[in-house]
Design a protein around this ligand. Structure first.
Ligand code: JFZ
Length: 477
C-alpha cells in the first residue's frame, strides 16, 4: 500500500495515545488480572506461517536440510531480500478459509489460545500494512491477520501475535549492530550504503500500532527476539513499544523477548541462560524454547514453546515427529511444574496443516476431553518427584485440595504408592474410566489399588480430594 498517505494518518493518533496519564493507563487492570486467563489456560497452539512455508525447506530444487528451523531458510541460503522474494512470493498461495481449519483444530485439541506469526524474521507481514509493500495486503490483496483473528474468535479462542523485531527485509535495519542476531547478509557491507536504524525502529512501531489498532482486543504480544549485544531500548526502543501496546490494549500480556538481560529472565542464549527471575517491566512471562525446565520457576510465569518435529516453519524434509505420547506427557510435565505449553504447527503454502500435526492434535484432544480438568486451572505439583509420573493440584470451593496423579508407569502389582499423609475418609477416582478406587492409608504413604492394565497408555489420571489441614506430602524439603 502507499506509504505517504498512511504515515500521516498514523503519526498523529499514535503520539496522542502515548501521552502519560492517559485515562486508559490509569484504569489499567493489574498484572494479576491480566494473567488470570493465561494461568488457567495451560495449553496453546503456536503457528509459524509465512513465505518460507511455500519454500518448504527447498532452495533451487535442493533440500536445505532435514533438521532445524526452515523459517530461517533465507538466512540459511544467504539470500538478499529481493532474491528471496522472487523465489518465495509465487509459492505462497493461501487458500480460502484456511484459518477456520486452524481454529477448529486448536479448539478440538483443547487449546485455549493461539499465537501466530504476524511477521517472522523474513519481514513479510501477514496483515494489510499501510507502511510496507512487503505484506499480504500489497502482494495478495488480502489481510491474512484479519482472516485468522476472525476464525479464532469464532471458536472462542484467545488471540496472540508473534512479531519478529529482527527484520531481514527492511533496508534500514542495521544488522551490523549485532554479532549475535541472525541476518542473511551478516558480515557483508550494507548493499545500500549506511543505514539509519532509527528509521527501521519507527517502521517497527508503526506496524505494531497497526496490529494493535485494527483487529480488536489482542490477548498476547509474543516478541521475538533479542541478543545480549543488541536488545531492549537501544535496539527497539522497547519500553516505548511496550507502553504504546499497553495504551491500545490494556489487557494484553507480553513475553520478555524484547530484552536479553538477567533482570529480564536471561543471561545469554540457550536453556542454561534462563535466570529464573523476571521484572514485569520487561514482560509478563518467559519462554523456554524446545525444553521443559527441570523444576517449576516459583514466582515467574513461563511457557515452553516446542515444535512437533524439529522445524517451526513447514518443511517437506523433516519427518522427525514426536510421538503423541511424548506430546501428551510434555503437556502434563509442564502443567505439573506450573507452566504453559505452546505447541507449534507449521502449515504449508496454502495454509493446510500437515497430517502428522492434525493427528497429534486430535490425540491430545481425545486425552484432554477425558482428563482436561487435571490440566486447566491447576497449579504445580506439591511433590518434589514421583517415581511413576506427575501430579497437578487444584483448590476446590469447599476448601479441600484435589490432587491429580498422572501415572506414566503403571504399577505391575496393582498398587500405586503415593508419598502422602492422609487422615480421615477419602476416596480416589480413576478419571480415565470414572471408576472408584480403594485406598489404604499409612503413616508415610497412601496405597491406591488400581486395575491390572493401564487404562490410558500416555497417562492415566487418578483424582483424590484431601483436606489440607489433615494431609500433606511426605519428604519434601
Ligand atoms: C526464535 C526464532 O528465531 C525461531 O525461528 C522461532 O520463531 C522461535 C519460536 O523463536 O528462535 C529462538 C529465539 C531465541 C532463542 C533460541 C531460538 N534463544 O534465546 O536461545
Amino acid at each position: 500500500m502507499s506509504r505517504t498517505l498512511s504515515i500521516l494518518c498514523i503519526i498523529l493518533p499514535v503520539s496522542m495515545a502515548y501521552a502519560n496519564g492517559s485515562p486508559e493507563l490509569q484504569n489499567a487492570p493489574s498484572r494479576e488480572e491480566r494473567m488470570e486467563w493465561w494461568r488457567q489456560a495451560r495449553f496453546g497452539m503456536f503457528v509459524h506461517w509465512g513465505l518460507y512455508s511455500g519454500l518448504a525447506g527447498t532452495w533451487e530444487g535442493k533440500p536445505v536440510g532435514t533438521r532445524g528451523g526452515m523459517e530461517w531458510i533465507q538466512q540459511r541460503v544467504k539470500a538478499d531480500t529481493d532474491t528471496y522474494a522472487k523465489h518465495a512470493v509465487p509459492l505462497f498461495k493461501p487458500k480460502a478459509d484456511f484459518a477456520r481449519a486452524w481454529a477448529r483444530l486448536a479448539k478440538h485439541a483443547g487449546c485455549r489460545y493461539v499465537v501466530f506469526t504476524t511477521k517472522h524474521h523474513e519481514g513479510f507481514a501477514l496483515h494489510d500494512s499501510n507502511v510496507s509493500n512487503f505484506d499480504a495486503g500489497s502482494v495478495l490483496g488480502r489481510d491474512l491477520v484479519k482472516e485468522i483473528v476472525d476464525a479464532l474468535r469464532a471458536e472462542g479462542l484467545r488471540v496472540g501475535f508473534y512479531h519478529s523485531v529482527i527484520d531481514w527485509h527492511h533496508d534500514q535495519y542495521a544488522y551490523a549492530s549485532s554479532q549475535q542476531l541472525p541476518h542473511p547478509l551478516h558480515g557483508k557491507p550494507y548493499p545500500n550504503g549506511t543505514r539509519d536504524h532509527a528509521k527501521y525502529v519507527e517502521f517497527l512501531h508503526e506496524q505494531v500500532d497497526e496490529l494493535m489498532s485494527n483487529y480488536g482486543p489482542i490477548d498476547i504480544m509474543w516478541w521475538d527476539y533479542s541478543a545480549v549485544d543488541f536488545q531492549g531500548n537501544e535496539a527497539w526502543r522497547a519500553s516505548d513499544l511496550m507502553g504504546a501496546v499497553r495504551a491500545k490494549q490494556p489487557n494484553i500480556i507480553m513475553n520478555n523477548r524484547l530484552f536479553r538481560s538477567p533482570e529480564a529472565g536471561f543471561s545469554g542464549m540457550g536453556p542454561a541462560a534462563i535466570t529464573r527471575q523476571l521484572d514485569p517491566i520487561y514482560g509478563d512471562f518467559i519462554t523456554p524454547e524446545q525444553h521443559i525446565p527441570a523444576t517449576g520457576i516459583p514466582g515467574v510465569d513461563w511457557e515452553t514453546c516446542m515444535t512437533m518435529n524439529t522445524t517451526w516453519g513447514y518443511s517437506d524434509h523433516d519427518h522427525a515427529w514426536k510421538s503423541n505420547e511424548t506430546l501428551i506427557r510434555n503437556l502434563i510435565d509442564i502443567a505439573s511444574k506450573g507452566g504453559n505449553y505452546l505447541l507449534n504447527i507449521g502449515p504449508t503454502s496454502d495454509g493446510s496443516i500437515p497430517k502428522p500435526s492434525v493427528d497429534a492434535m486430535h490425540a491430545i484432544g481425545e486425552w484432554m476431553r477425558i482428563h482436561g480438568e487435571s490440566i486447566y486451572a491447576t497449579t504445580a505439583s506439591p511433590f518434589q518427584e514421583l517415581p511413576w509420573g506427575r501430579c497437578t493440584q487444584k483448590k476446590l470451593d469447599n476448601g479441600e485440595t484435589r490432587l491429580y496423579l498422572h501415572v506414566f508407569d503403571w504399577p505391575a502389582d496393582g498398587k500405586l504408592l503415593v508419598p502422602f499423609v492422609l487422615e480421615g475418609p477419602s476416596e480416589a477416582i480413576l478419571l480415565t474410566t470414572g471408576e472408584k478406587l480403594d485406598l489404604a492409608t499409612g503413616p508415610e504413604q497412601v496405597t491406591i489399588f488400581v486395575p491390572q492394565q493401564a487404562p490410558n497408555q500416555a497417562a492415566s489420571v487418578i483424582a483424590i480430594d484431601t483436606d489440607p489441614m489433615h494431609a500433606g506430602p511426605v519428604g519434601n524439603k
